[in-house]
Structure formats: C-alpha cells, structure tokens
Design a protein around this ligand. Structure first.
Ligand code: SAM
Ligand code: SF4
Length: 374
C-alpha cells in the first residue's frame, strides 16, 4: 500500500555564519555542489527501496539553498519521484539570489520560497550579522510577486538584542504591507557554542525580559491573525490554502525522507533515520542510517510533533502507535490551569498555552507511561 511521504534535502552552505546560528552549516566559497548532488542521488537510491509512490513535497533547506546552482536543483527535481502538483520549496536568503536567479528557480519547477528576511530594521539586520540589507530584502520580495511564485513564506525573528516593542510593531507593519501568504516566527534563542552565547556570557548582549518577550509574541499573533494569517502551529501562520505542506505533514506525524549532511527522516517502515553531519564523512557515506525507535521514543516523537500544532494530540493514535498513555493527573492539572482542552481523545493547547508550548510538551512527555497489561 502507498504511504504518503515528503523529501527534505539539506544544503549545508552559507555565505557567512550568523552569530546566533547553531545549524549544521559551513562557509566554503569553493563548495562542490555537483558532488553533493551525486551523493544525494546515491542516498536516495538506498532509501527508495523502502518506499512506494511519489513524494507530495520536496523541501530544499539549509543552510542557504539559494546558493545552489539552478541546474543542480533542476537535476534533483527531475530525478526524484514527485507527485504532479508536489509542493517544491527552496529556502532563499536575500543577497544570495538575483531576479534572474529567481526566474531560473521558477523554471526548474520550484513553486514555493521560504525567505530569510528576519527583520526590516537595518540596525537589527546588521547586528544579526545578516549578509543582506533591508533594501535587498524588499527588492527580493517585489520580484517574488512579479515572477509568479504560487506561495511564499517569510522568516521573521523577534526578541532581538535591544529590540523594543515599538520597533517590532514597525517590523510587523512592514511585513504585512507585503501581504505574505505565510509567516514563520523565530524568537531569538541563544544557542551554545555561538558568537551570541559568548557575547551573552561576557555581558555584551541585552535581551528582552520574559514579559517583553511575551508581549512581543502576543503582539505578533494578534496582528497577524487580524490580517488573516491564522496560527496553525506555535510559530507558523498562513492564509487559507498556504500552510507549508512539508512541515504540516511532519507535525501530523507524517513520513519524510531526510537526505544530506545531518538530515533526519521518518520512513513509512517506522524507522527514524539520521545522516553524518560532517560533510566529508557524509560524502563518503551519504545513505541515511535507520533505527527502529522504542515505543517510548515513538510516543515522545508523537507528542513533540503534534501538540505544537492547532490540531493537537490524539490519545487514541498515541495508544495505537506506541502503547503509551498520558498520566490523567497531568492532563487534569493542565486543564484546570487553562492550558489544555480535551474533546474525547483529543488534546489541544489553549491560546494561553501556545507561547509556553515547549514547557507543556515536556510535562506531557514526563507523564507518558506504558499501562500494565491486564
Ligand atoms: C536554518 S535557517 C535557514 C534559512 C536561512 N538560511 C536564513 O537564515 O534565513 C532557518 C531559520 O532559523 C532561524 N534561526 C536560526 N538560528 C536561530 C536562533 N538562534 N534563534 C532563533 N531563530 C534562529 C532563522 O530565523 C532562520 O530563518
Ligand atoms: S544564513 Fe541561515 S543557516 Fe546560514 S548561518 Fe545564517 S541563520 Fe544559519
């Protein structure tokens, strides 16, 4: 029987490393894109033996996939089995792609862009070490409209060093003036090992207090929803028909093939897969390594992916796929605290709970147990 799946390809290169980023990326002006493409093709051949049918989505993530030559993207789109109307997304950073580059991408079959704008404030863009300026970001967005991409998304960051609520409001106004069909929201987190982590340790980084963080998040949600961008996951907002098919499938426990250095996947045969993060190691052994998760790991995965989504967690599915239950007293406490609602077997976060979703997910995971068989 066919089991739907998406494909994620990790492109590990960036022009520079942003001082806050801990993703698996490398700066290499002489990157060998053709070897990457060939290794992906090899990895695909290994993985395809456990799949039937075609992919509903293909996602080029990174890193900065807009650095990839369009002929490499075209080759992969032609090689991989995709449904006729598959969603094909490329993450693109302003400053790494021209109008001609966008047109070429569109001609390869790419029909969705995820644009790493982050902020429309020049002072903050510079502090974030972004390789583009606000003028380039606006120019890119104008071209996206005129070149005719069916759908596109903007990444917006908030809770930036020294950012005020008023500055954020201006950022949101500038964002909404462009009428994006989809927005992904990122509250700045200080990741270990980054330049920002060192700056914070040295006392050189002033970050918003937690109540300002909360006001910022609430302001974004209120303004975006008023403009017709519905929150469908803690950090993702879309107009009707513009939810990202790739991520949406993952949050709903769907299967996906993850290929490329450090990529993860979840295959229809139940295996979780991972790949070598080091590009040299990966080029030698690009095929993903599969492991069968334990029932507890499966249960945790299901809670993590589904509870942050508006559709929530289905306790029946959790039981059926992993044998696990959630401690009823944890559920009662969260319901009493106004953080969860329950309809039958269905648990959903309340509006109050969304900004603190990670803490609630942790509590639910702590409350997972395997009932004794009777
Ligand atoms: C892996 S990046 C890929 C997209 C693209 N390279 C870019 O930077 O625009 C995906 C998103 O992660 C977010 N991100 C990376 N590090 C972050 C951090 N420490 N805190 C919050 N968001 C972060 C950025 O907003 C970025 O758009
Ligand atoms: S461009 Fe994106 S992926 Fe690359 S270092 Fe910056 S945040 Fe990370």
């Amino acid at each position: 029987m066919k089991s739907p799946f998406g494909i994620y390809l990790h492109s590990p290169w960036c022009r520079t490393r942003c001082p806050y980023c801990a993703f698996n990326v490398q700066v290499n002006p002489n990157a060998d894109f053709e070897s990457w493409r060939d290794a992906l093709t090899t990895a695909w051949k290994h993985t395809a033996t456990s799949l039937t049918g075609s992919a509903h989505s293909l996602y080029f993530g990174g890193g900065t996939p807009s650095l990839l030559p369009s002929k490499v993207i075209h080759h992969l789109i032609q090689t991989l089995p995709l449904e006729l109307n598959a969603e094909i997304t490329v993450e693109a950073n302003p400053g790494t792609i021209t109008t001609t580059g966008l047109e070429k991408l569109r001609n390869t079959g790419v029909n969705r862009l995820s644009l790493g704008i982050q902020t429309f404030n020049s002072k903050h863009a510079k502090r974030l070490g972004r390789g583009h300026n606000v003028r380039q970001a606006r120019a890119l967005l104008k071209d996206v409209h005129s070149i005719g991409f069916d759908s596109w998304s903007v990444d917006l960051m908030f809770a930036l060093p020294n950012q005020t609520l008023d500055e954020l409001k201006i950022d949101i106004d500038r964002l909404l003036a462009l009428q994006p069909p989809h927005v992904s929201l990122y509250g700045l987190t200080i990741e270990p090992g980054t330049a920002y982590a060192s700056a914070e340790k040295a006392g050189d980084l002033t970050l918003p207090e937690s109540d300002t963080w909360r006001s910022m998040y609430d302001e974004i949600v209120m303004t975006l929803e008023k403009e017709g961008l519905e929150r469908y996951e803690v950090s993702n907002f879309a107009r009707p028909g513009h939810r990202g098919r790739h991520n949406e499938a993952i949050w709903r426990g769907g299967h996906y093939v993850g290929l490329g250095p450090g990529a993860h996947g979840f295959l229809p045969n139940g295996q979780r897969t991972w790949s070598h993060a080091d590009i040299h190691e990966w080029l030698k052994n690009p095929q993903p390594i599969g492991v069968q998760p334990t029932p507890h790991e499966s249960a945790v995965d299901q809670v993590l992916s589904s509870l942050r989504h508006v559709d929530g967690l289905n306790l029946y599915s959790l039981r059926a796929s992993s044998g696990h239950e959630v401690d009823p007293s944890t559920i009662s406490q969260l319901k009493l605290g106004g953080l969860l609602t329950q309809r039958g077997d269905h648990l959903q976060l309340t509006d109050t709970a969304f900004p603190i979703a990670d803490g609630i997910v942790r509590r639910i995971c702590d409350g997972l147990y395997l009932p004794k068989s009777t």
